[in-house]
Design a protein. Structure first.
Length: 347
């Protein structure tokens, strides 16, 4: 972020989109050089989070910020000149919102500092900053980058994993980081053409990809992490058991409650040859089968017992129960009553 000449970046991987640029929303071009510094500081803080900006040009040249909104992700293309940007403890104390900023560098070089690390971000590379802790970014010459700015809670990764990777250089040329860089670059390029619902979905997918990359970098999917994965699986299953009655229970809610990505939740069950949905359904069926034989369950009826354990549709419950146990819920009740020597209704 800062002031600079409006020039086309040199060709690099994931360069600034050429065909469909983001609409110019904010620019210091109409102002005199003497007025640009204050205006640019205001523009940067309004676009991202409150920041201290120090321009490194004696006579600041124009800076431009163009933004689009995709769900909860704000996409901003920034072109400007040399400057330093600082998120201080003083500014953090005045602003209680927590945001993450992924910056994909197109031209120029950035030096990022946060959480005791310093890294150099070259064109085609990206990095992550967390607004809840101090950070500093220095851009020594003319630059352009696209930023993706979103609430911290939208990225479902562990806090310790995020802290370990702020101010880290992710190269956009190979491996998983290349997939993430290419996806975010193309999403920014096409942002103007997305409707609201489509834009939200693309943004959500992008954050899932980023969470997967962070999990991978932190060794969540390696053999060395077997104990960690086992412990995580126990924690997740305990959460599921305690929330079986909730019909809204899903991989997304499970991930959010356990501070991990949706993809990691799926991975935990894949390691056991299972799926999240099948595991939840089996636990719910077990509890329904048990309750149908109890006096309270017989009084409630089949549909009420099904709803009690998170099944929304009675017909769906009937089908999956028969598939699992070879008889309908009412037949199960009758069978259970018969083995107890009881007679009467079947449901």
């Amino acid at each position: 972020m800062g002031c600079g000449r409006h020039v086309a970046p040199r060709p690099v991987d994931h360069a600034v989109p050429e065909g469909r640029p983001l609409p110019i929303a904010l620019s210091t071009a109409p102002l005199s050089a003497s007025d640009r510094s204050e205006r640019w500081h205001e523009m940067v803080s309004r676009t991202f989070v409150p920041l201290d900006v120090r321009l490194l040009e004696t006579e600041p040249s124009p800076g431009v910020i163009s933004s689009e909104q995709l769900g909860l992700v704000q996409v901003s293309l920034v072109r400007a000149g040399p400057q330093t940007v600082t998120r201080s403890r003083r500014l953090i104390a005045r602003d209680d919102q927590e945001f993450l900023i992924l910056s994909l560098q197109h031209s120029g070089t950035a030096i990022k500092e946060q959480d005791g690390r310093e890294s150099v971000i070259n064109p085609g590379e990206f990095s992550i900053s967390d607004s809840s802790r101090p950070f500093r970014k220095k851009l020594g010459g003319e630059f352009s980058f696209t930023s993706f700015h979103f609430p911290r809670e939208e990225l479902q990764v562990r806090e310790e994993d995020l802290r370990a990777l702020t101010a880290t250089t992710f190269t956009g040329r190979t491996g998983s980081a290349a997939v993430v860089a290419a996806y975010f670059a193309r999403m920014a390029q096409e942002a103007r053409g997305f409707g609201d619902a489509v834009g939200r979905q693309f943004a959500t997918t992008g954050l899932d990809l980023l969470a997967l990359l962070i999990d991978e970098r932190r060794g969540r999917f390696t053999p060395q992490a077997a104990e960690t994965a086992a412990a995580a699986a126990v924690r997740v299953k305990d959460h599921i058991i305690r929330n079986l009655p909730d019909p809204g229970l899903s991989p997304a809610t499970i991930a959010a409650a356990n501070f991990m990505s949706v993809r990691y939740v799926h991975k935990l069950f894949q390691l056991e040859g299972e799926t999240v949905g099948r595991w939840i359904q089996a636990r719910r069926l077990e509890r329904c089968r048990r309750d149908l034989l109890r006096s309270k369950g017989r009084d409630l009826g089949v549909a009420a017992v099904a709803r009690r354990w998170g099944f929304v549709s009675p017909s769906h419950f009937g089908r999956v129960f028969r598939a699992a146990y070879g008889m309908t819920p009412r037949e199960w009740q009758a069978h259970g009553l018969g083995t107890e020597g009881a007679t009467g209704t079947k449901g």
